[in-house]
Write a new protein. Structure first.
Length: 613
């Protein structure tokens, strides 16, 4: 479905709400493109804005929603012949879906529930309450990174009164004439009432704002992913108050460059210099006290648990009765049950092993067998599953999409943002229906609401799957998992492993091999010979191109998993052109000392890593 955003008389369309639940007469609420700009969507209450979606930044996917039942709906903005449209697409197999403007002014997506024969709301806007238009006042913003979203002041501002009805006021007056600076605010919903300047580079956009004493902020975006016009830049500047600003929890949004008085910046830096050491000392002391208390508490609890455990094992019947009558958060499985279920830890039942030990499948009495296999065993070249035709192309594509959706959940839809950091074939399990399950979160990291990137001094992971910025600098983000997914995608398509350099003698890695074939127009040669004759070649080649997009050197050039899922679900969506990826080369070692270290060449840059680190 397409909803026109352009405000030409022959195109302009609005959704209009009913007056009441049973009254289809026209109400004051309507929704459509902003009459002053084709870049944003507004819900109106009469002539006053009620809710606003931020100005389009050229992103391929402007929103992605996943329901509790698993289906995905994507929202995109497209430029067709200079006219802008809002487009909605649902994944294959999804139930009937409706989009309505409720008589209360809420914009809702509903899905048909065949069990209850009713329409269920799975997304609605505005939500939360501070998401309503200009709720936090001038220079205030709705901070969705908080546990309970609330109003905060932009950097360099303070509340103008006891609440946010009057917004925020500037801490220091602007001096203009070169005495001001710009602060970068990331992940922001850009404010309303902007001036759209075309045909500008980033530096020109900044200069336009800096040279205008009335300019309070600016934002710049490259529109090349979504715009078909010759002008592929979008420069927005704000003159005066900033209203209806927000900060997103999931890391979406864009950079807002806020003008601040130099005096304000200097004062905030001095306060931080004093406050941070004091806060750090208090936190360290609190941590020490907490650790001592936790250790003592755990020791007492373990003694009690051990005593109860062995007391309970004196009688199997009494143990069974106690467990049946007791409600516990996690099921209790004794060691004897595990021995029986795994046939005394037989090699036949071993799925694999890693840094934390061996992994077994088993069958508990009265339960179902954990029927899983590792992806590396069922997708590698020459594996039994491939030879028998189990992993035909539809199955492989199902696995690819399942892994992508799993990462999307970890990065965006879960309560916490989770970076896996060790996504590889052996950490993807397949059940009896070949549904993929991402496993082994021993190296995973949880991101805070406002964290976008983290550095570490200890690089962990698996050679070949690690992104260049992580392997070389210890810097990781959601884009690190995107890189690993790209490697995994190329493996699934080709049937080769990232370490199969012996099968592609003229290339240092599978990535280099795939890039060479793709740029020469020979990507078909990369496809596994067991599926190439019976697969939709266009879809497979799209997967190869998508894999190369995911393994690009620049993390910013890699797509988010929301965009990746969208491109997998929609075969007609044009894909950006990937840039040549950086590739890893493992060098041969000749001495015992060299065996203890792994030397990696990264397009001419050499680094040394200890084995297992």
């Amino acid at each position: 479905m397409q909803l026109p955003l352009s405000t030409d008389d022959d195109l302009y369309t609005r959704l209009v709400a009913w007056r009441g639940p049973d009254d289809p007469a026209t109400s004051n609420y309507s929704m459509g493109g902003d009459s002053s700009s084709d870049l944003q969507v507004v819900i109106w209450n009469g002539t006053r804005p009620y809710w606003r979606r931020a100005a389009w930044d050229g992103a391929l996917v402007t929103a992605l929603y996943q329901s509790s039942t698993g289906f995905i709906m994507t929202q995109t903005t497209v430029d067709i012949g200079g006219k802008f449209y809002l487009t909605f697409t649902v994944s294959a197999g999804s139930p009937s879906t409706r989009l309505i403007l409720h008589y209360t002014g809420m914009f809702q997506f509903l899905a048909w529930n065949s069990t209850s024969s009713s329409w269920n709301v799975f997304i609605e806007r505005p939500n939360p309450i501070c998401d309503r238009y200009a709720y936090c006042g001038p220079f205030g913003y709705c901070d969705a990174t908080e546990t309970v979203p609330k109003c905060n002041c932009l950097s360099g501002y303070e509340p103008d009164g006891v609440n946010f009805s009057r917004g925020c006021r500037r801490k220091g007056e602007l001096t203009c004439g070169g005495g001001d600076s710009f602060s970068t605010l990331s992940g922001m919903k850009t404010p309303d009432k902007f001036v759209y300047i075309r045909n500008r580079s980033f530096d020109q956009c900044e200069a336009d704002c800096r040279n205008n004493c009335s300019c309070t902020a600016y934002a710049f975006s490259n529109m090349k992913n979504g715009s078909t016009s010759s002008d592929q830049s979008r420069c927005l500047i704000w003159l005066g108050k900033l209203v209806d600003t927000g900060k997103f929890r999931d890391g979406s949004g864009e950079n807002l460059y806020l003008r601040l008085a130099s005096s304000t910046v200097d004062r905030e830096i001095n306060v931080l210099k004093i406050a941070l050491p004091v806060i750090a000392s208090i936190l360290i002391l609190a941590c020490i006290i907490s650790l001592v208390w936790i250790c003592k508490s755990r020791g007492k609890r373990r003694i009690k648990e051990t005593k109860n455990k062995y007391t309970g094992q004196l009688s199997k019947n009494s143990k069974s009765n106690e467990l049946e009558n007791e409600t516990i958060e996690l099921p209790y499985i004794c060691f004897e049950d595990v021995v029986t279920a795994t046939d005394n830890f037989s090699d036949y039942n071993m799925l694999g092993k890693g840094g934390f030990g061996k992994v077994y499948k088993g069958r508990l009495e009265g339960g179902n067998e954990v029927a899983v296999k590792r992806l590396s065993k069922s997708s590698g070249q020459g594996a039994d599953a491939t030879r028998s035709g189990v992993l035909d192309w539809p199955t492989r594509f199902k696995v690819i999409k399942g892994i992508a959706r799993g990462l999307l959940y970890l990065h965006q839809d879960s309560r916490l943002t989770i970076i896996h950091r060790d996504l590889k074939a052996s950490n993807v399990l397949l059940d009896a229906e070949m549904n993929p399950k991402i496993s082994d979160f021993g190296m995973a990291r949880i991101f805070g609401g406002n964290e976008q990137q983290v550095n570490t001094t200890r690089v962990v992971g698996t050679y070949g799957y690690m992104s260049p910025e992580y392997a070389m600098e210890g810097s990781f983000s959601v884009k690190s998992d995107t890189y690993s997914f790209g490697v995994l995608l190329l493996e699934i398509v080709s049937g080769l492993k990232i370490s199969s350099s012996n099968l592609i003698m003229d290339f240092p890695s599978l990535i280099a091999y795939a890039w060479s074939l793709w740029k020469d127009g020979n990507a078909r040669e990369l496809v596994d010979s067991s599926v190439v004759e019976n697969c939709p070649l266009h879809g497979v080649l799209r997967c190869i191109q998508l894999g190369l997009l995911c393994v690009q050197d620049d993390p910013d050039a890699r797509p988010l998993m929301s965009s990746t899922v969208f491109m997998l679900e929609n075969e007609t969506t044009p894909l950006p052109t990937p840039k040549e990826p950086v590739y890893f080369r493992k060098r041969k070692y000749e001495t015992e000392e060299q065996r203890n270290n792994l030397e990696i060449s990264l397009n001419g840059i050499t680094m040394t890593m200890q084995e297992g680190r």
